[in-house]
Ligand binder design. Structure first.
Ligand code: G6P
Length: 605
């Protein structure tokens, strides 16, 4: 949550910071602000709402200066208002923050007793006021920031800028990500490498507890114990072209359309050159694994739930799934024969990262299935598996979901082989089937006009139900999540067999019941449940293939999908789930890429 950026540059930084904040807006968009130092003078501009408002404000009141920090906010403490927007300033210091300062109330009381007032409701302002207090006591800027950092509890990425100092910035990372960018005669700070992509590809990722003092000449990093730390400078590959809309109206539309290419490329990467064998890392070894736990949040959790079916059926491996925010506070019974997989697009989700740290020392093997290869979860897991979806900008996850599914399916095949449930020939046969996946995804995408028509019918309702059985059950939940996120329609995903145990009471002639039912082994069962809805005048939308629709008989609405092998259905049926939500949102006029109240990277718990 919240994106931060800092630049010690050679040019006027406000427009460059604004541009970098645009690439961080996926982290939050309640309000935004920039502070600069110009000829030694610290000043700031802040605006409520999206970045465009800050941009307008800067046209009327420009902010000169070649040193600056910027922030785009997702409110935690204090409503989205201008007063609560970052940067927070107290005397000679301005601060931007991502995270939560858990002991801010105690610090605030202490500062109030010393006669130092706050003007906002935020936890962040306390960081600024405390630093001011240290400056007033005679400490130098970096020392004052360090003295403040020593008092903070909670999670934070912070950047400090000081009046009178136009070649100095202090950064700190504890629980929230922060990267240092190296330019030529310029230095940068950013929540991620994406923010800094057009400025530099040379990045140093700070470790937990690191503090950094930055000048235009370089960065001095110290670790949590105050010792000088040598962190490597890595070259990241982020093509600018991958972070624009490529002619699509929204990032989400672009990302949905990219799925055939993404899955084709990921398959190539994780398989042998002749595509007959897996090419997953050696240390991903299921031979002695007797239990698997899949942990994630949001869409990643539904990918986990789909994969559970695969690990059980393909590898006979006991498998459980969990929501990271629950898992991290439970007392999971784990040991050397267990493996835990942490699935995260960003690789920075606070709960998923905390869940990994919760068991890492006690478990046989921890695996990160991530989209951002340089992320904390990737770096802290025993084995990191990239899903290779490329930058995903739209807040609602689409291509990362199907890319996660692919890696999890390949892992299940590996587990099957390692455990003697599958031989090489069976794995090769599955991989052959997987080669058809990009084409099947394209065929599903070709149904977009029909899906857009169905979405018109969804756009006017207040409630919707999605039903599925087997791996289609988590997919129904994912479809419901997409619809609520994007169009604010209340939707639920249910296991078809559970219909009778409650949701059937909701059925009337107004609420759409979307049934995801490829003609697989469970088809007849799902159709029986659908008949129960039809018998009560329910508004069924059946999504199935030609054979399934013929067998099911007449329904009010339907969508013809391509025929798919059972194993590939969750990928292919994800397309109508995504496009239904996308087109319903278009029809309702909601903000597709940045739905209200959400943020893409949830770095606070
Ligand atoms: C947020 C996003 C979701 C995402 C979830 C988990 O809620 O809006 O799209 O699924 O976080 O994020 P992660 O980066 O860990 O996959």
């Amino acid at each position: 949550m919240c994106g931060i950026v800092g630049i010690l540059g050679r040019h006027q930084v406000a427009p460059i910071i604004l541009d970098a904040l645009r690439r961080l807006e996926y982290r939050g968009y309640d309000s935004a602000g920039i502070a600069t130092v110009n000829e030694g003078r610290l000043d700031r501009r802040r605006a409520l709402g999206k970045l465009v408002n800050l941009s307008d404000h800067l046209v009327h009141e420009p902010l000169p200066g070649k040193a600056g920090i910027g922030h785009t906010r997702w409110a935690t403490h204090g409503a989205p208002t201008v007063v609560n927007a970052h940067p927070h300033r107290a005397g000679r210091v301005a601060v931007v923050h991502n995270g939560i300062i858990e002991n801010f109330r105690a610090l605030r009381a202490e500062l109030a007793a010393a006669g130092l007032a706050h003007e906002s409701d935020t936890d962040t302002e306390t960081v600024a006021v405390l630093t001011r207090h240290h400056l007033d006591q005679g400490l130098g800027p970096a020392e004052a920031a360090f003295a403040t950092l020593a008092r903070l509890e909670g999670a934070f990425a912070l950047a400090f800028l000081f009046d009178g100092e136009d070649d100095l910035m202090v950064g700190a990372r504890q629980g929230s990500p922060l990267a240092v960018g190296h330019g030529t005669g310029e230095m940068y700070l950013g929540s991620d490498a994406l923010a800094l992509a057009p400025l530099t590809d040379r990045i140093t990722y700070l470790e937990e507890g690191d503090r950094v003092v930055i000048t235009r000449d370089g960065a001095l990093i110290t670790d949590a114990q105050g010792r000088r730390a040598n962190r490597p400078v890595t070259t990241v590959r982020l093509d600018q072209a991958t972070v624009d809309k490529a002619g699509h109206r929204h990032f989400m539309a672009k990302e949905i359309a990219e799925q055939p290419a993404v899955l084709g490329a990921a398959l190539g990467f994780h398989c042998s050159p002749d595509k007959t064998a897996l090419a997953l890392p050696e240390d991903l070894d299921f031979t002695n694994t007797d239990r698997l736990t899949l942990v994630a949040c949001g869409t990643g959790h539904y990918a986990a739930q789909v994969a559970k079916y695969w690990f059980e059926s393909l590898a006979g491996l006991p498998c459980e799934t969990d929501i990271a925010s629950e898992y991290r506070y439970r007392h999971p019974v784990v040991g050397a024969a267990n493996m835990a997989v942490f699935i995260s697009q960003s690789g920075e989700t606070a709960d998923t990262l905390a869940a990994l740290r919760h068991v890492r020392a006690r478990i046989g093997c921890s695996v990160g299935v991530v989209n951002v290869p340089s992320s904390s979860i990737a770096r802290e897991s025993d084995v990191a598996l990239p899903v290779l979806a490329g930058p995903e900008i739209s807040v609602a996850s689409t291509k990362a979901f199907t890319a996660q599914l692919l890696v999890l399916l390949l892992m299940a095949l590996k587990a099957g082989q390692d455990r003697g449930h599958l031989d090489g020939a069976q794995v090769a046969a599955h991989l052959r089937a997987l080669q058809t996946l990009p084409g099947l995804m394209r065929a599903a995408l070709d149904r977009e006009p029909a899906i857009a028509d169905l979405a018109q019918g969804l756009a006017g309702v207040n409630h919707a139900l999605f039903l599925g059985r087997g791996p289609m059950f988590p997919l129904a939940a994912e479809a419901a999540l997409k619809l609520k996120e994007l169009s604010y329609i209340h939707a639920e995903g249910y296991a078809s067999g559970e219909l009778k145990h409650g949701p059937i009471a909701l059925i009337d002639e107004t609420m759409p019941v979307v049934v995801l039912a490829p003609r697989d082994g469970l088809f007849a069962k799902t159709v029986s449940n659908m008949q129960e809805v039809l018998a009560r005048q329910g508004r069924v939308v059946l999504i199935s293939d030609r054979a399934g629709l013929a067998e099911a008989g007449p329904v009010p609405d339907s969508l013809v999908m391509p025929e798919v092998p059972d194993l590939l259905a969750p990928f292919v049926y994800a397309v109508p789930a995504q496009l239904l939500a996308y087109h319903a949102a278009l029809a309702r006029g909601t903000d597709v890429d940045q739905p209200r109240n959400l943020a893409k990277s949830v770095t606070v718990e």
